[in-house]
Design a protein around this ligand. Structure first.
Ligand SMILES: [Zn+2]
Length: 387
C-alpha cells in the first residue's frame, strides 16, 4: 500500500531559468487552449453531421460522436506550432490529460464546460517523473528542460519516497515554488485512544476544546485591511494600467500575500500542536456552506480558515497514525447536557451558559458542546472499530 503526499518548497531560479519556467507556463496554457479549440471545432462538425443526417434521412451512428469529439493529439499541435518544441514536453502532455479529465468531469459529474485559460489564471505547469528526470540533491532540484534549480528544503523529505509529479508555480510576487507530489509506502498503525478531544467551532477563536482550551487567534487582517483600503483608494486615482497603477497593484498583492501567509502559518502551527497532543480529535462534519451558515456572517476569511484548518488537521493526524473523527452534523451537540444527557429543546443562541434542569449543572455553552462532540466521537470511533 502506498499513499500520495505533496510538499511545497520555494525555489530560487536564476534569470535564465525564470524565463524558461515562464516559457513552459505560457506553452502549457497555449496548448491547453488549442486542444480545447480542437475539441470545440470537432463538436461543431458533429452538430453539422447530425443536421445533414436529418436532411438526407439517414440514421446517425452513435460511434461517430466519439470520433468527432476527440481532442487533437499533442503531436498534431506541436507539428503546427514549432515553438512548442522548446517547452517541456511532459508539461504539454500533462495539459492533454488535464483537459481530458475536465471533459470527463463535464460529462460524468456534470461540472462546468471547460474554459479557456487566460493570463489571469494560476501560473503553473505540471511535469512528471520519467527516467529519473526529476531529483532532489541537497539544496538543488533537477527539473526537465530547466536543469538544477536552487531549492529551500525547509522540512525533512519523507522516507522511501518516489517522486510522481512536480507542479512548478510562479506566484504573483514573482516568487517561484514547486509542489512535489510523492508516493510513499503507507504504514498501518493502530490508533490509540488515550487522549481524545472534541472541538466546537466558534467564530473569532476558531474553536473551543473539551479541555477548556481555545487558541489565541491572531487577526492579521484587521491592521492590513486599513492598509488595503488606503491602497485601493490611491489606485483609483491613478491612470489605469500606468506604471504607478501597477506599482500600487503589486503593493496590494503583497499585502494580500502577507495576510494569507500569516494565517496559514498560524493554522499550520495550531493543527500541528493538536496532532502532537491528541490521538483522536472529534469535530462536527460541516461543509463550507454549513460553516458559513453556522457562523452566520458569510465572512470569506473565516470560512476558508475553518475549512483549511480541518483539512490540515486531518492529514497531520493521519500522517502520525492518528484519527480525525467527524460526527454527524445533525447531532444536537449544543442542546444535550454533557453531564446527564438531558436534551434542552428551548436553548436559544443567547444562552451563553448551559443550565441543566435535570441535574442542575451550569457550564459554558461552547464547552458543553465540545464535550458532547468528544463523547459522540468516541462512540462513533469505537463503532467503526467493531465493524
Ligand atoms: Zn444534566
Amino acid at each position: 500500500m502506498s499513499k500520495i503526499i505533496s510538499f511545497k518548497f520555494r525555489i530560487y531560479p536564476n534569470k535564465i531559468q525564470r524565463e524558461k519556467i515562464d516559457y513552459n507556463i505560457e506553452c502549457s496554457r497555449f496548448i491547453y487552449n488549442k486542444l480545447l479549440d480542437s475539441r470545440i471545432y470537432n463538436y461543431g462538425k458533429y452538430v453539422q453531421y447530425l443536421k445533414r443526417c436529418k436532411k438526407i434521412g439517414i440514421k446517425k451512428n452513435p460511434k461517430q460522436f466519439y470520433s468527432f469529439c476527440k481532442l487533437a493529439s499533442v503531436k498534431q499541435i506541436k507539428d503546427s506550432y514549432k515553438f512548442l518544441k522548446k517547452a517541456d514536453s511532459l508539461a504539454l502532455c500533462a495539459e492533454y490529460n488535464n483537459l481530458k479529465h475536465a471533459f470527463e468531469n463535464f460529462f460524468l459529474k456534470l461540472r462546468k464546460f471547460p474554459k479557456h485559460k487566460t493570463r489571469k489564471d494560476k501560473k503553473s505547469y505540471i511535469t512528471s517523473f520519467v527516467n529519473n528526470n526529476i531529483r532532489i540533491e541537497k539544496n538543488r532540484i533537477r527539473l526537465p528542460k530547466i536543469g538544477f534549480v536552487k531549492i529551500k528544503v525547509h522540512r525533512a523529505l519523507p522516507s522511501n519516497y518516489k517522486i510522481k509529479r512536480v507542479i512548478v508555480l510562479n506566484k504573483a510576487c514573482s516568487e517561484y515554488f514547486v509542489n512535489i507530489i510523492f508516493e510513499v509506502p503507507e504504514e498501518i498503525k493502530q490508533t490509540k485512544m488515550e487522549k481524545v478531544v472534541g472541538l466546537d467551532f466558534k467564530i473569532g477563536d476558531i474553536f473551543i476544546s473539551s479541555d477548556f482550551e481555545k487558541p489565541e487567534y491572531i487577526m492579521p487582517y484587521r491592521k492590513a485591511i486599513e492598509r488595503l483600503v488606503k491602497l485601493q483608494k490611491i489606485q483609483k486615482n491613478k491612470k489605469k494600467f500606468s506604471k504607478n497603477w501597477y506599482k500600487i497593484l503589486r503593493k496590494i498583492q503583497n499585502t494580500h500575500k502577507k495576510i494569507s501567509d500569516k494565517r496559514k502559518d498560524f493554522l499550520h502551527k495550531l493543527s500541528y500542536d493538536l496532532s502532537k497532543k491528541y490521538d483522536v480529535v472529534c469535530i462536527e462534519n460541516l461543509s463550507m456552506v454549513e460553516i458559513s451558515q453556522k457562523l452566520g456572517n458569510g465572512n470569506n476569511t473565516y470560512d476558508t480558515s475553518y475549512y483549511k484548518f480541518t483539512t490540515m488537521l486531518k492529514y497531520k493526524l493521519e500522517s502520525l497514525g492518528k484519527k480525525l473523527v467527524k460526527i454527524d452534523k445533525w447531532y444536537p451537540s449544543s442542546k444535550l447536557c454533557s453531564n446527564c444527557g438531558h436534551k434542552k429543546e428551548d436553548l436559544t443562541l443567547d444562552d451563553r451558559v448551559y443550565h441543566c434542569t435535570n441535574c442542575g449543572i451550569s457550564i459554558d455553552r461552547d464547552i458543553n458542546a465540545a464535550i458532547n462532540i468528544r463523547n459522540e466521537g468516541i462512540r462513533n470511533f469505537i463503532e467503526s472499530l467493531n465493524v
